[in-house]
Design a protein around this ligand. Structure first.
Ligand code: ATP
Length: 292
């Protein structure tokens, strides 16, 4: 068995120093061929993945956050072979949470060696694939506004300022939502289209999602006052926001279309795109094998 470990040295909060000795120690008495590489830039993990798959490495382990996992997964999809492994060392690690992969690197490495494989869905919005969640509305704007402050302040402060700025300037979105034979005009706070359960570093936006059920799970939160939002927002962390039945609706569908006359921000697993008009969400026609 040949395993490649790809470490993103800039992911998370500086824990990666410790992982190389952990890997070396674990493999002392195991007869696997393995290689450890560090990424040097954005998208490097995808290119390295493809290089090792060409050299017949079978398992490619992403060591980093959801961005690193997504790049390794893209390489695997492009080559149409290989198994994804995850050692969560990012900031959010939302896919690892959905898959119940331990957040401790040592325990996550044991899972890789246990080799228990799950076939999971890949979702897409337009041409962009995602494993966790794509969304429009206040959450996408928080991601966008947090980026503005990230250059100036560290982690939590940048996020807090991003939330405050968003609360101050956010306007509800008037959109048309279409799924199955249903078409609705709604004024929404957000629409989250989920493949996994979590986004934003542990917010359980879609508690009912199953990542291998060939369905998208959609959470629609209607426009509510900012005071009510202050009560609802904390409940998303433990997936209890469904109790606010008047404002929160969950749907399962194979695909979903959102139409917006105005320009809106679209969050795709933490990347922000600007969109206007029709946005289509689907499942990608192939799954990916992941060690869980
Ligand atoms: N050597 C590098 N230098 C700069 N950026 C890199 C490097 N290697 C990878 N990246 C980029 O770092 C970004 C962040 O990585 P990642 O998402 O894994 O970590 P994170 O943001 O801390 O975690 P999460 O997404 O789980 O919150 C990715 O977009 C990736 O392309």
């Amino acid at each position: 068995m040949k395993i490649a470990f790809i470490i993103n040295p800039v992911a998370g909060r500086n824990r990666k120093k410790d992982i190389v000795p952990i890997i070396k120690n674990k493999f002392k008495n195991i007869d696997y061929k393995y290689i450890i590489t560090h990424t040097k830039d954005i998208d490097d993990a995808r290119l390295i993945t493809m290089k090792y798959l060409k050299q017949d490495y079978k398992i490619i382990v992403a060591i980093g956050g959801d961005g690193t996992v997504r790049e390794v997964a893209s390489g695997i999809k492009e080559m149409n072979k290989g198994i994804l492994g995850i050692i969560p060392m990012g900031t959010g690690n939302d896919l690892a949470r959905t898959l119940n992969i331990p957040l401790s690197p040592d325990k996550a490495l044991d899972r890789i060696l246990d080799h228990n494989i799950r076939n999971i869905n890949i979702a897409k919005v337009e041409q962009n694939k995602f494993l966790n969640v794509a969304s429009i509305g206040i959450d996408a704007e928080i991601v966008k506004n947090t980026r503005i402050f990230k250059g100036l302040f560290k982690g939590k402060l940048a996020y807090t300022l991003g939330v405050l700025r968003t609360l101050f300037i956010f306007k509800p979105k008037s959109v048309t939502i279409k799924y199955d034979d249903i078409e609705k005009n709604e004024k929404v706070l957000l629409v989250a289209v989920a493949n996994g359960n979590y986004y934003g570093g542990g917010m359980m936006i879609s508690p009912n999602s199953k990542i291998d059920d060939n369905q998208l799970d959609i959470c629609i939160i209607k426009n509510i006052s900012k005071i009510k939002l202050l009560f609802l927002f904390p409940s998303v962390y433990n997936g209890k926001h469904g109790k606010y039945k008047k404002y929160v609706k969950f749907i399962s569908a194979n695909s979903l279309k959102i139409y917006s006359k105005e320009k809106i921000f679209l969050n795709v697993d933490g990347d922000i795109l600007e969109k206007k008009g029709l946005i289509q969400f689907d499942l990608y026609n192939k799954n990916i094998k992941v060690i869980v």
